[in-house]
Design a protein around this ligand. Structure first.
Ligand code: HEM
Length: 427
């Protein structure tokens, strides 16, 4: 529709989709008067009556909640999670050792790795799905929690009604899962635990909680950890495996780029601080996130009562504005050859990026992704360890066609199956 009608597409009586960078900045930038409030997606979503960080639309309440999350995901906390993520990746390498030479579905493991990582980093729980190579029912529950919102699309009002009705089916199970994970974590609490829940519980149990004032609010944020930290990274890793598996030259160049970081600080290991400095690794990751951003449409924002004026176009008040990230990433206005995977646009060929600000996989402004640095660490570590120890390619009979054509475009993109064969590198 944007190809046919241009930057502004009215999708419903009160909804507009916009692909225009000036508008993007005006809607999401620091001075914005646009809000998540009454935009039709966020504040109709409660968990036992409470909002999580993503669905809190009141600025002051969001700011207080964000402080707790920021503490849980700041540089110091991330340093503590690094060995935890490494443990998951060692499980992955162990699994590869067992299945060497046999085809495996990389899209499945792209999901299990962040899932196990979320269990450990979020709740100090080992789901052990990577070790066993099995898809846990919990993953389906996480997916379904988003499906409901996605299926409603531009008609979210039935959700508002259903909020006060008892939950059913997988949605009910998902709610119970977040409660169970939290309760188990509380029971197992001890001084030595270092995970995201630690920061939520510290606030809950403090004399004057800043934001998590009752257990239902903690359950709501626990659910946000389950959702936020799994399928999003799964999409990025799934596509990263795909781009690497189809291109031997890319694998070799990336292998050469990461080699100097191996064992630099600890024998036999990679460290995030070294991987962060590898320009080509980040270029490959950025290009993956540009081509297939995990959250392709993203939730809308509501214009303030006085409306918004941009570029001579007036958008009235109380309109839900969508700025679909995928369309910014693939627009020829912002990227040369936008549908081509060219990692060098982030390194030696900057002329292929016309507008750097149009690349926003983790969004921008007050509500940007609080877990972006954790996500990048998981992706960097997975890419480096996998490539260092294994070379891999499409399995015989795999052409990668189903992988893209069967990808499901939901609130979070779910890549199709991809059979690959891994072979240990001889040194
Ligand atoms: C590749 C991985 C990831 C991508 C592409 C991604 C993308 C995004 C995007 C686009 C938003 C904005 C959503 C909106 O406007 O409603 C967002 C917000 C959020 N993300 Fe992520 N995310 C990723 C990983 C994570 C991880 C690992 C966590 C948790 C540890 C997380 C937790 C959240 C939360 C809680 C918010 C709401 C932030 C707020 O409103 O202040 N995300 N993410």
């Amino acid at each position: 529709m944007h190809r046919q009608y241009g930057d502004f597409v009215r999708m419903g009586p009160n909804q507009i989709s916009i692909v225009n960078l000036d508008v993007f900045n005006k809607i999401h930038g620091p001075q914005t008067r646009c809000s998540k409030k009454h935009a039709g997606t966020y504040d109709i979503n409660r968990f036992r009556g409470e909002y999580n960080l993503d669905t809190l639309t009141d600025n002051a309440l969001h700011r207080d909640r964000r402080k707790v999350w920021d503490q849980a995901l700041n540089t110091k906390s991330l340093e503590g999670y690094e060995s935890t993520t490494r443990a998951v990746i060692h499980d992955w390498l162990g699994r590869l050792d067992e299945v060497q030479g046999l085809p495996i579905d990389t899209s499945l493991y792209a999901k299990l790795i962040p899932f196990d990582n979320m269990g450990r980093v979020g709740f100090s729980t080992d789901f052990a799905t990577v070790k066993e190579g099995r898809e846990d029912r919990m993953l389906r529950m996480i997916e379904i929690s988003f499906d409901v919102v996605a299926r409603m699309g531009l008609v979210p009002w039935p959700l508002a009604f259903s909020q006060d009705l008892p939950r059913m089916g997988l949605q009910k199970e998902f709610e119970e899962l977040a409660v169970r994970m939290t309760d188990m974590r509380i029971q197992a609490d001890s001084e030595d635990k270092h995970d995201i829940m630690k920061f939520f519980l510290e606030d809950l149990h403090s004399e004057k909680p800043k934001t998590l004032k009752n257990i239902n609010a903690v359950y709501a944020d626990a659910a946000a950890v389950l959702i936020g930290a799994t399928d999003t990274i799964a999409c990025a890793l799934g596509f990263l495996f795909y781009y690497l598996a189809r291109d031997a030259d890319l694998r070799q160049r990336l292998y050469d780029a990461i080699a100097p970081a191996y064992g630099k600080r600890t024998p036999g290991e990679f460290a995030c601080i070294d991987l962060q400095a590898i320009e080509f690794l980040d270029a490959v990751i950025n290009e993956t996130l540009r081509m297939n951003t995990s959250v392709p449409i993203n939730g809308p924002r509501n214009t303030p009562p006085e409306g918004v004026e941009v570029d001579g176009t007036y958008i009235p008040g109380n309109v839900s504005v969508y700025t679909p990230l995928h369309l910014y990433h693939r627009s020829p206005k912002y990227f040369v050859q936008p549908d081509e995977f060219i990692p060098e646009r982030w390194t030696t060929r900057p002329e292929l990026v016309l507008e750097r600000r149009a690349f926003q996989p983790f969004h921008f402004g007050r509500y940007d992704c609080v877990g972006k640095r954790l996500a990048r660490n998981v992706i960097r570590l997975t890419a480096a360890y996998t490539l260092w120890h294994y070379d891999f390619a499409f399995a015989p009979g795999e052409d990668g066609k189903d992988f893209e054509s069967r990808a499901q475009w939901k609130a979070i993109v779910k890549p199709g199956k991809l059979e690959c064969v891994f072979r240990k590198r001889e040194r």
